[in-house]
Design a protein around this ligand. Sequence first.
Ligand code: NAP
Length: 227
Amino acid sequence: MRPHVIVNVAMSADGKLSTRERRQVVISGVQDFNRVDRLKAGSDAVMVGIGTVLADDPSLTVKAEECRNNRIRRGTNEQPIRIVVDSMARIPPNASVLQKGTGQRIVAVSKQADAEKVAQLRKLATVIEAGADRVDLESLMDELGEMGIQRVLVEGGGTLIAGLIAAGLIDEIYTFIGNIVIGGKDAPTLADGEGFSLESEFCRLTLIEVHKLEQGVLLHWAVDHST
Ligand code: NAP
């Protein structure tokens, strides 16, 4: 069975995830940071696209000791499995996600990835090959499900999220909307990619909760799979 997939992003008041140069921006505060840390700790795996790894170099680790200890008490590794979607195996071997913290890493590549790069990557991570020239996200999710991964938190970026939406693979979305305007028509948003033209292609959402948090607002949506 495919995993339950939750997206979490922080966006500016005008819906941007970072600057047009793809420079990371602090959008939320400590309370939201702790909320996301708990969300991560409650997931079997945390996933990002290679664009986010190259732009931000995140470790995707759970930071709070209490959350890590809770995971150990539940009989899992202190860190969720960390997954990077990276068709061409571009991830640098010294990327924080491969180097920091304990636990399994998975890099999903396509058949187009250079064999030598993939061989090197296998020393640092489990490599899943899915898709001819781009990672086939449906096959990837099937394979993650077969590995026993039931709950995946996707932390961006907008290109990967757009691909997951297009494939109908997302179940819930959390968006924290912060009190800044970043601007720029080329700045990343929640769902970049090509966009949808037809109403029948739009991703329909049901609002679960609205919560004022620090100087922003947290929206929790369920994806409507019935249409
Ligand atoms: P991204 O979504 O992290 O990664 C996109 C890449 O994933 C694609 O270019 C593609 O590269 C790979 N990919 C492989 N198969 C795919 C598929 N089937 N569908 C979609 N993507 C696929 O990159 P991004 O859109 O450039 O986002 C990075 C920006 O978002 C940065 O500026 C970062 O700071 C920002 N960000 C913000 C937040 C936030 O919460 N505010 C969170 C995360 C990121 P290959 O074809 O080479 O594999």
